[in-house]
Design a protein around this ligand. Structure first.
Ligand SMILES: [Zn+2]
Length: 335
C-alpha cells in the first residue's frame, strides 16, 4: 500500500502522522553501515541511491531524499564550488554571473554537471521501491538559486534598487526549476522538495516575500502538477499566512523558531505541516528521551509529517533518529 505521506500531502488530515524526512538524512553512522559515504555519494549515482536508501533501511524514515546538497544547478551554471569532504556536502562560494542578462540555459544543459547522477540515483530508487514510498527530489528554491548565481548581496540590493530585473530573473529561474523538477519526476522522484534557505524571514520581509517569492513559487506550481513540499530555514513567522498561496502541498519549517501551533493557525489546514524537531539541540546533542518529548509536543500541536527542522547534522546519533520514528508511531493519532 502506498505510504500515508501521499494521502497527507493530498490534504487527507485524518491520516495518522508519519515520520518522513524530506530534508537531508545522511549521517556518518548510516554511511558506515551501508558503505556509501561523502564525498562519493555526491558524485556517483549508485552511492547516492545507497546512502539515500539508508534513511529507510537503517533509520526507518518513510522514504528517501536525494541529492544531499543544494548546488547541483549552481555548479552546472558555472558557480565556483567548494568540494565535498567526508562530512560536508559541496557548497557554492562564488557566483556564475555578474549581469542579469547573462543568465542562460543551453539546450543540452541537463547532460552537464551532476544532473545525470541525480537522475540516475532517482531511477534506481524508483526501480526498487516504485511509488510505494516517497522519493523526495531536492532542488534549490528560486531565491536561493538566484543568490548562488548572482551573489546574495546583488540579489538582495536588486530587490530594492532594480525590482523589475530581479522579478524577471526570479521568474526565469522558476521556469528553469520547473523543467528540472519535471525531469526529476520523469527519472523517479515522486515528491519535489523545494529548498529555499535564502527566503528565510531572517533575511526578507513579508512584503518582499509576496512581491518576489510568491509569483516565482506559483510559476513552479503551474509547471509541476505533482506534490511539492517547500522548505524555508529559520524564522518564517512573518509570512506563514501567505505560504498556501503558493499552491504547494506541504511546508517544512524550523523549530523552535517556528512553533507547530503558530504554523497550524496561520496555514489553517491549507498545507501539510512538516517539521520541526530541532536538529542541533535535540537530534545532535539530545538523547532519545528529549527526542520523544519534542515529537510528542509537535504531534499534540498538530504536525502532519514529523521531520527534522532542517538537514540532519552528520554526527547526529542513530538512536536519536530512530527515536523520532518510534515516538511518531507511539503518539500519532489517526487512521
Ligand atoms: Zn533549513
Amino acid at each position: 500500500m502506498p505510504s500515508r505521506v501521499f494521502d497527507i500531502l493530498r490534504a487527507n488530515r485524518r491520516r495518522k502522522p508519519v515520520c518522513s524526512c524530506p530534508v537531508v538524512t545522511c549521517t556518518l553512522e548510516q554511511m558506515e553501515r551501508v558503505q556509501a559515504s561523502y564525498p562519493a555519494a555526491h558524485k556517483e549515482a549508485g552511492a547516492m541511491a545507497k546512502l539515500a536508501e539508508a534513511a529507510y533501511k537503517i533509520v526507518g524514515f518513510e522514504g528517501f531524499r536525494a541529492p544531499f546538497d543544494l548546488c547541483v544547478e549552481a555548479e552546472a551554471f558555472g558557480c565556483r564550488i567548494k568540494p565535498a569532504d567526508g562530512e560536508s556536502p559541496p557548497s557554492v562560494f562564488g557566483p556564475a554571473f555578474e549581469r542579469w542578462d547573462e543568465f542562460f540555459c543551453p539546450e543540452d544543459f541537463f547532460q552537464k554537471g551532476r544532473f545525470p547522477i541525480v537522475e540516475g540515483a532517482l531511477r534506481m530508487l524508483q526501480s526498487q521501491y516504485r511509488d510505494e514510498l516517497p522519493i523526495y527530489a531536492g532542488i534549490a528554491g528560486p531565491l536561493t538559486l538566484a543568490s548562488y548565481l548572482f551573489g546574495v548581496e546583488k540579489v538582495m540590493k536588486g530587490m530594492i534598487k532594480d525590482p523589475v530585473a530581479v522579478g524577471a530573473i526570479l521568474m526565469k529561474i522558476a521556469e528553469f526549476s520547473g523543467s528540472y523538477a519535471q525531469r526529476l519526476f520523469a527519472a523517479g522522484g515522486n515528491v519535489l522538495m523545494l529548498i529555499d534557505p535564502t527566503a528565510s524571514g531572517d533575511l526578507i520581509s513579508a512584503g518582499i516575500f509576496q512581491k518576489f517569492l510568491l509569483p516565482a513559487y506559483q510559476k513552479i506550481r503551474e509547471i509541476v502538477p505533482k506534490p511539492i513540499v517547500l522548505h524555508i530555514c529559520g524564522n518564517t513567522n512573518r509570512f506563514l499566512s501567505f505560504l498556501p498561496d503558493s499552491g504547494f502541498e506541504g511546508f517544512s519549517f524550523e523549530g523552535p523558531a517556528v512553533e507547530v501551533k503558530s504554523a497550524k493557525e496561520a496555514i489553517n489546514q491549507r498545507m501539510a505541516l512538516v517539521g520541526n524537531i530541532s536538529t542541533t539541540d535535540t537530534l545532535l546533542f539530545g538523547d532519545p528521551a528529549k527526542v520523544e518529548s519534542e515529537v510528542k509536543v509537535a504531534l499534540e500541536q498538530g504536525i502532519h509529517i514529523v521531520a527534522p527542522s532542517c538537514g540532519i547534522p552528520v554526527r547526529a546519533p542513530l538512536e536519536n533518529l530512530r527515536a523520532m520514528v518510534e515516538a511518531t508511531e507511539k503518539y500519532g493519532m489517526g487512521e
